[in-house]
Design a protein around this ligand. Structure first.
Ligand code: NAP
Length: 250
């Protein structure tokens, strides 16, 4: 019996990278999945096609989850498609690195509006759709939440905020049998990582040389842990922040 048979999951930012892999892994365990995207319709449709080709169920829904009105529509369309919700993966996020002298209100609000406010508002809407049997909220945080890095004060702060939200909401939503956990990856090879120039950088080499398992992560390394947190295997696990970094400690 698949671990997530009969469950419905929304994965934000699932057109590529970590979110796409999580959507595919949840569907492979029997969940019906909403593949959310902001602008990459072709990427999201490709994820849906890969899922349905394997016999799974998925639909793509466009919504910019930094915008409250889009968030409301995302969950209204989820309800129309599947009638309920069991699992929310708050994966959509941006990472902009900048030294202090380059920090601006725009740099701050762009990251906080998506990584923190968007995550809170998607969770608020999701909880309305999760019925009395409970559910699982999985926040894709980062290793830089508990271990902030230079030139990333704002990004690190967004992920520290995510981890605080995870713990606060695990206490608040426990009585509703809704578990809330963070996954905190180290460096993961994704389109986003290539876009910021880290995938072929000395930074990557440094990470690899200081990682006991000797490499950076691939998206499926994170997705397998997401399946665990989503499933009843993690039925007694809430309010946790799990570092997934091959043993790296900055
Ligand atoms: P990515 O390759 O850049 O993909 C980002 C995804 O988020 C895309 O599907 C994108 O959709 C979507 N997205 C961006 N803005 C959005 C918005 N406003 N509304 C809805 N969707 C939006 O990213 P990634 O590397 O997989 O990272 C995913 C998450 O993991 C982020 O929260 C990131 O902070 C975290 N993380 C990443 C790493 C890493 O090394 N890669 C490490 C630790 C944590 P469109 O393509 O449609 O815009």
């Amino acid at each position: 019996m698949p671990k997530l048979a009969g469950k419905v999951a929304v994965v934000t930012g699932a057109s590529k990278g970590i979110g796409a892999s999580i959507a595919e892994h949840l569907a492979a365990e029997g969940a019906s999945v909403v593949v959310n995207y902001a602008s990459s319709k072709s990427g999201a449709d490709a994820v849906v096609n890969r899922i349905t080709a394997q016999g799974g169920k998925a639909v793509s829904i466009q919504a910019d989850v930094s915008k409250p009105e889009d968030i409301a529509r995302l969950f209204a369309e989820t309800k129309a498609a599947y009638g309920k919700l069991d699992i929310l993966v708050n994966n959509a996020g941006i990472y902009e690195f900048a030294p202090l002298e380059a920090v601006t209100p725009e740099h701050f609000h762009k990251q906080f509006d998506l990584n923190v406010l968007g995550l809170l508002l998607t969770t608020r809407e999701a909880v309305k759709l999760i019925d009395g049997v409970g559910g699982s909220i999985i926040n894709i945080s980062s290793m830089v939440g508990p271990m902030p890095v230079e030139n990333a004060a704002v990004y690190s702060a967004t992920k520290a905020a995510v981890d605080a939200i995870t713990i606060a909401l695990s206490k608040e939503l426990g009585p509703k049998k809704i578990r809330v956990n963070s996954l905190n990856p180290g460096m993961v090879e994704t389109g986003g990582l290539h876009a910021v120039g880290f995938a072929e950088s000395n930074f990557r080499k440094t990470v690899e040389s200081t990682t006991p398992l000797g490499r950076i992560a691939q998206p499926q390394d994170i997705a397998r842990a997401a399946v665990f947190f989503a499933s009843d295997d993690a039925g007694w696990v809430t309010g946790q922040t799990l570092i997934l970094a091959g043993g790296q400690r900055q």
